[in-house]
Design a protein around this ligand. Structure first.
Ligand SMILES: [Cu+2]
Length: 181
């Protein structure tokens, strides 16, 4: 499939628009028979646009061009964690577009100045529902409104996927509750 795209790129008679539609068609071919949409973080639970939960998370699992959080504003639905906590970030892949993922944290309550906590190479080589990676939260951060972001840059389709979760990091939080929140 990759070599086909290269072949297309070499043939100048294809316009930009037709290249785009070929990529789109590849996307649909890849996701046929799997879940709708192409992938998203599943824990912590990301911001979901109104109505999208009942619509199979089509938007949440879809590609975006909108930084910082795919057009989703901050919410007050907060998952609670402790400073320095080892967190099991989970994601699912509907279409294995390959590429790498980054788990990032913004601590200023404004969805800006994201710092990479962990890079996960080859996070989307296979489709599946239960991928996870241990990510350590910074030990000196306390915040009532941090944003944990899952950023996937898909190699094959050159798409960008952004999921933001609103989280609180506080040393007074009971560990049992925070894990199963
Ligand atoms: Cu896709």
């Amino acid at each position: 499939m990759y070599s086909f795209t290269k072949f297309v790129n070499k043939n100048r008679k294809f316009t930009r628009a037709s290249k785009f539609f070929i990529k789109l068609a590849l996307c649909f071919l890849i996701i046929t028979g799997t879940v709708a949409g192409h992938g998203s973080m599943t824990f912590p639970k990301p911001r979901i646009p109104p109505g999208d939960e009942d619509n199979g998370l089509t938007i949440t699992r879809g590609p975006t061009k909108q930084y910082p959080c795919a057009g989703n504003k901050k919410t007050t639905t907060l998952a609670n964690f402790r400073p320095g906590q080892l967190l099991d970030v989970k994601w699912e892949i509907g279409a294995a577009h390959r590429g790498s993922c980054a788990i990032e944290l913004s601590t200023n309550g404004k969805d800006t100045d994201f710092k990479v906590l962990k890079t996960i190479d080859d996070c989307a080589d296979q489709a599946g529902k239960n991928f996870s990676s241990k990510v350590k939260l910074p030990s000196r951060v306390n915040c009532n409104s941090c944003t944990l972001r899952f950023r996937w840059k898909a190699d094959i389709t050159k798409e960008l996927y952004l999921n933001c979760a609103d989280i609180r990091i506080n040393s007074k939080i009971n560990s049992k509750r925070s894990v199963f929140f």
